[in-house]
Design a protein around this ligand. Structure first.
Ligand code: DOR
Ligand code: ZN
Length: 354
């Protein structure tokens, strides 16, 4: 019997957290082993607020890449694309500078307090009109963490409320602005995206395709399934799988791979984020195979995102093999700490062909 293989155009990750400094020694080789372009989230401490800071951050990523123990081919193909962190003080002029830089691909909107390192996020989102106007003019996409943050809104309703109260207003006021609804988690978000014009798209993570809130909460709290927006009920997981495998170019790959040291997740107040970069493609293959849609993986992982960002399609390929792999229990991270990946110690049916 021959082993099943799947060769696809080399994929890109349109949403990843690489962190900074020493963390890059762990995260960059993992990202570069699977992906060509990666959209690097700017929620560092302090955040990446200007093009100048983005240029410096990209240099630190490339320094880590040069040191990485991966093939020269992988290194040559890795292209970290930068994102500016929108604050209450971002000026429209910064958008023109970002555009001419050629390395800033987008601006990220974190509602203040929504998630990890979002304290500098926006408090008056609809008050940022002059910046949205400049982004619309220069064709710079707005990447949205779509959750309201009011204490009185239930955590499971925060995404839907953001669509109704904030995103629909932004889209109405700036109908040509490109928007990526990042890491969508509900049928509401999927259907909202479908109802919009082509300039509105969405990324979907592997965890939101493979899991629901039962995986997080039944039989004990599983901190490595905790991310934001939080996993929702199974009905939403199913709808996300449906749209991801529908062949609609509005939906594409964004892992939201987000490293936190193991002890900060396995804690009384655990951090949000699932670390999936090393095995993200086998995870997505597992999700797509579960609904007999492996033939839809290439467009989702390698084509639709590039088209949305108006970038060329990668010319290389990667091959996935239907060969079991045991996911590492953890990776070395920072000074003597560890990083626990999503599904640590468990077996996946798919592997990346080396
Ligand atoms: O789970 C998450 N982790 N969601 C986010 O929005 C941020 C990310 C992080 O930076 O850790
Ligand atoms: Zn993220």
């Amino acid at each position: 019997m021959t082993t099943q293989t799947l060769t696809i155009t080399a994929p890109d990750d349109w949403h990843i957290h690489l962190r900074d400094n020493q963390a890059l020694d762990t995260t960059v080789p993992h990202a570069a082993s699977s992906f060509h372009r990666v959209i690097c989230m700017p929620n560092l401490t302090p955040p990446v607020k200007t093009t100048e800071q983005a240029v410096a951050y990209r240099k630190r990523i490339l320094t880590a890449l040069a040191k990485a123990n991966i093939s020269d081919d992988r290194k040559a193909n890795f292209d970290p694309r930068m994102v500016l962190y929108l604050t209450d003080h971002t000026m429209p002029d910064e958008i023109a500078v970002a555009k001419t830089s050629g390395i800033v691909s987008a601006v990220k909107l974190y509602p203040a307090g929504a998630t990890t390192n979002s304290a500098d996020g926006v408090t008056d989102i609809l008050g940022r009109s002059s910046v949205f106007e400049a982004m619309q003019k220069h064709g710079i996409p707005l990447l949205v963490h779509g959750e309201v943050t009011h204490a009185d809104v239930d955590i499971f309703d925060r995404e839907k409320r953001f669509l109704d109260e904030i995103l629909s207003v932004i889209i109405k006021n700036f109908p040509k602005l490109k928007v990526v609804m990042e890491h969508i988690t509900t049928a509401d978000a999927a259907d909202f995206c479908l109802a919009q014009a082509d300039n509105i798209a969405a990324t979907i993570t592997p965890q939101h395709l493979l899991f629901n809130r039962n995986h997080l909460l039944v039989g004990g709290v599983k901190p490595h399934f905790y991310c934001l927006p939080i996993l929702k009920r199974e009905r939403h997981q199913k709808r996300l799988l449906e749209v991801a495998t529908s062949g609609n170019p509005k939906f594409f790959l964004g892992t939201d791979s987000a490293p936190h040291a193991t002890h900060t997740k396995e804690a009384a107040c655990g951090c949000a984020g699932c670390y999936s970069a090393p095995h993200a493609l086998p995870l997505y293959a597992t999700a797509f195979e579960s609904v007999n849609a492996l033939d839809k993986l290439e467009n989702f992982a390698s084509i639709f995102g590039a088209k949305f960002y108006e970038l060329p399609i990668n010319t290389n390929t990667i091959t996935l093999v239907k060969k079991e792999q045991v996911i590492a229990n953890n990776y070395p991270y920072l000074d003597g700490k560890t990083l626990t990946p999503l599904l640590a110690g468990q077996t996946l049916a798919w592997s990346l062909h080396e």
